[in-house]
Structures are given as structure tokens and as C-alpha cells.
Write a protein of this length. Structure first.
Length: 209
């Protein structure tokens, strides 16, 4: 008998439980979302810091699918992807909105769940880049000076997801906490290399269930 019950919520298409086996280095296991699909390619280019990657665009979300699983046994949520952003700005990619909408439905269906939205940037700057001291990264300083540094940029992304959950889908703002982690937890170390678009994201972690 299974010792854990999974309740699958509304999805954009029929989808099996996500496969988390591809990239399970220890620091990534706690992430709420599995790695992106094998054919994932970066979002549209931007001029600096979060930088472009020379690859064709990823397939639309409607083709990839967006699902959220409520794991009652582990008291956590599993998302089929992270929520993704354009470079250098707190603009959610259109392909991530189905996932945002599905997450909101999960929160409405389970009123005891509270979540922490963790914003991330594709930057070598860590938590010390919070705008209180000058940043040694010239590109970061030029983009985010006076805006809380890379921490402020990542926090703006988390707040953009919070705003979308509340405004688009009627989620309860009191059950959502937004924080910014800058580039302190990059999925891809090389901020200028292929796959760096994966660092521009918001992850969802469960605070209470």
C-alpha cells in the first residue's frame, strides 16, 4: 500500500508525475520544481546580466503542460517547472502563466497551504548584493543600482508572481511570502553559458500545510 497520497490538480494537459531523476544534485532536491524539459531553450535575449543564450525559443506552455501536485504525505507541492522570466526584468514569460494559474487553483483548493516564493537571478552576485553597499559587478551596478541590487531584482520577480496569483486568480495574499535570493542558488554556474536562462526563475516552497 502506498504510504503517501498524491492529489493531482488541474493541468493544461494530462500529465504523469514529473520525473525528478535528471538533475538531482543535493542542493536542487529541495526545489519545488523539476528541471525543465529536455528540449528547453532560453527565453528571448536581453542585453546584460541575466544575458541571452543563442538558442531557439522554448515550446509554448500549452505544448509542455503545466501541473501542480499536492503531496499530502510529504506536505509539499510539486510543480512541473519553475516560473520563468525575461532577462534583467521582473516580467513573467507568457509560457509560465498556465503554471501560475494552476498554482493558484491549488492554493484555493487547499486553504491550509502557505507558500514562500523564492526569486532568483542569473547573476554571480549573492545575498550581499542588496543595494546597501556598491556592487563590484559593473553590469549589476548599472542595472540595479538604487533598486536593491540583485537581491532587489530577484525579490521583484517573486513579487510579480505573488501579484499574478492574487490579481489573476484570486489567491489569498496572506498565505504567500516573497523573498529574493539574487544569484546565490544558481542552477547553472556559468552565467554566460548555455542554459543560463534556467537561473531566471521563481521557485515555490511550502511554509505550512
Amino acid at each position: 500500500m502506498l504510504d503517501r497520497a498524491f492529489h493531482w490538480l488541474i493541468s493544461t494537459q494530462a500529465c504523469a508525475l514529473p520525473d525528478y531523476s535528471a538533475e538531482r544534485a543535493a542542493p536542487q532536491w529541495a526545489a519545488m520544481a523539476p528541471p525543465p524539459p529536455a528540449d528547453a531553450t532560453p527565453d528571448p535575449p536581453s542585453p546584460a546580466l541575466d544575458g541571452p543564450s543563442p538558442s531557439p525559443p522554448r515550446p509554448p506552455a500549452s505544448r509542455v503542460g503545466a501541473t501542480v501536485a499536492v503531496d499530502v504525505g510529504a506536505r509539499r507541492l510539486w510543480l512541473s517547472d519553475t516560473i520563468r522570466f525575461r532577462g534583467n526584468v521582473a516580467e513573467i514569460l507568457e509560457e509560465s502563466y498556465p503554471l501560475v494559474d494552476t498554482l493558484a487553483k491549488a492554493l484555493r483548493s487547499h486553504p491550509g497551504i502557505c507558500v514562500r516564493l523564492e526569486g532568483h537571478t542569473n547573476s554571480a552576485c549573492g545575498l550581499s548584493c542588496d543595494g546597501t553597499t556598491p556592487c563590484s559587478n559593473a553590469r549589476c551596478a548599472s542595472l540595479f543600482a538604487g533598486k536593491g541590487g540583485a537581491v532587489g531584482a530577484s525579490l521583484a520577480r517573486a513579487r510579480a508572481v505573488e501579484a499574478a496569483l492574487v490579481a489573476r486568480d484570486g489567491a489569498d495574499a496572506d498565505r504567500i511570502v516573497a523573498i529574493g535570493l539574487a544569484g546565490s542558488r544558481r542552477l547553472v554556474d556559468d552565467t554566460n553559458g548555455p542554459g543560463n536562462h534556467r537561473n531566471r526563475r521563481v521557485e515555490v516552497h511550502t511554509l505550512d500545510f
